[in-house]
Design a protein around this ligand. Structure first.
Ligand code: CDP
Length: 231
């Protein structure tokens, strides 16, 4: 089997993270959640008052702060999954809140932010053997990835899944409509930004998982991996 890079791109809440995590565990690869990196930068900007109450982002202040933002992934003691760390603090819970979701796409549209994080991501891929999920992994971060998947699902199905996820985590304040609106808004910003927009790589394999169970999806991915890494 060849050591390869697996890029999983697609829309918000399409189940990318779950499938990327499962595949990485099944084949002994590292899983890197690029969205978590954008979320961590957003949390930093929020904590430092770089985002005003009306949502305006102080882009210059954020650009100046970038060299002082360290992001990494570690498995905390007693846990099995890796958590996102921002400047040595575990922020895994905080970065998944709706407050961060509301501000992340404008932050991710800032070219300097994208350049800094893209560089960080490429360092993870130096020895290949990674599964990375995001919006531009197969197009910009690793255009030479051996396996590229583009995941699609309807906005309604994605909102249903994300809403159920929030409820399961005890967040009962957010309605399905709010989640759907946030998803539509982020889809729009991610697709239309000038720097590295969300688009499908020409050589990506498309997976529409509207009607696929998680198990069926995992089996499909593993089969694709074997075909590509064995070739
Ligand atoms: O999990 P969910 O699909 O809600 O989003 P995520 O993967 O955590 O990413 C959060 C946000 O970061 C996205 O809505 C994008 O705006 C941005 N992002 C990006 O621009 N490029 C990436 N490679 C990953 C995320």
């Amino acid at each position: 089997m060849k050591d390869i890079i697996i890029a999983i791109d697609g829309y918000s809440s399409s189940g990318k993270s779950t499938m990327a995590r499962q595949l990485a565990a099944a084949i002994g690869y590292a899983y890197i959640d690029s969205g978590a990196m954008y979320r961590a930068v957003t949390l930093h900007a929020m904590r430092q008052g770089m985002i005003s109450p009306d949502g305006t982002l102080d882009t210059q202040a954020l650009t100046r702060a970038l060299p002082h933002i360290a992001i990494d992934f570690r498995v905390p003691q007693g846990e099995t999954a890796s958590h996102t760390y921002l400047n040595d603090t575990d922020v895994e819970q905080e970065i998944r809140t709706m407050a961060v979701s509301a501000h992340v796409s404008p932050v991710a549209a800032v070219p300097d932010v994208r350049h800094a994080l893209t560089e960080m991501m490429r360092r993870y891929g130096l020895r290949r053997r990674i599964v990375m999920d995001g919006r531009d992994i197969g197009t910009t971060v690793f255009p030479d990835a051996e396996m590229k998947i583009f995941v699609d699902a309807s906005p309604q199905e994605r909102a249903r899944r994300r809403h159920a996820e929030l409820i399961a985590k005890g967040n009962t304040d957010t309605s399905y409509e709010e989640v759907l609106q946030n998803i539509r808004q982020r889809d729009h910003i991610d697709r239309t930004r000038s720097e590295s927009p969300l688009r499908q790589a020409p050589d990506a394999i498309i997976l529409n998982n509207d009607n696929l169970t998680p198990d069926a999806q995992a089996a499909w991915l593993l089969e694709k991996y074997r075909q590509i890494a064995d070739a």
